[in-house]
Design a protein around this ligand. Structure first.
Ligand code: ZN
Length: 133
């Protein structure tokens, strides 16, 4: 499955805006929510207090949620771009799980190549959810 070119280009472009003075690990993310063609982007934003650092995926998701008036916004698809092909970290997978459904696609790519498309269940088979509360 080819990654939608507009999402891929947006993720690659925003990756260059990453604020990563400590790791030099630049990551970009771009997504669409269900019911809209609007693209939301995010890059990683590091901090001298390392724990305050935020990943590209979560920046994009939180931005999309902030712009949504839906009670439960749903994630249609998300692209993650690193220098090399990287999956979302565990924290981001957990946040993705909050807004994903069984058809949500997570596309992986690097600056030069595509790295496959996955359902959340493939990357995080047993996520913690509101059903566990
Ligand atoms: Zn992450």
């Amino acid at each position: 499955m080819a990654i939608p070119s507009d999402l891929l280009e947006a993720a690659r472009a925003v990756r260059l805006n990453a604020y990563a003075p400590y790791s030099s690990f630049f990551v970009g993310a771009a997504l669409r929510m269900r019911g809209s063609d609007q693209i939301f982007v995010g890059c990683n934003v590091e901090n001298a207090s390392y724990g305050a650092t935020m990943c590209a995926e979560r920046v994009a998701i939180f931005s999309a949620v902030a712009a949504s008036s839906q009670a439960k916004p749903r994630l249609k698809e998300l692209v993650v771009v690193g220098k090399e092909i990287i999956p979302p970290c565990g924290l981001c997978l957990q946040v993705i799980s909050e807004f994903a459904d069984e058809d949500t696609l997570i596309h992986l790519a690097s600056v030069e190549e595509e790295g496959g498309s996955y359902r959340l269940s493939e990357l995080m088979p047993k996520s913690f959810s509101q059903e566990h509360l």
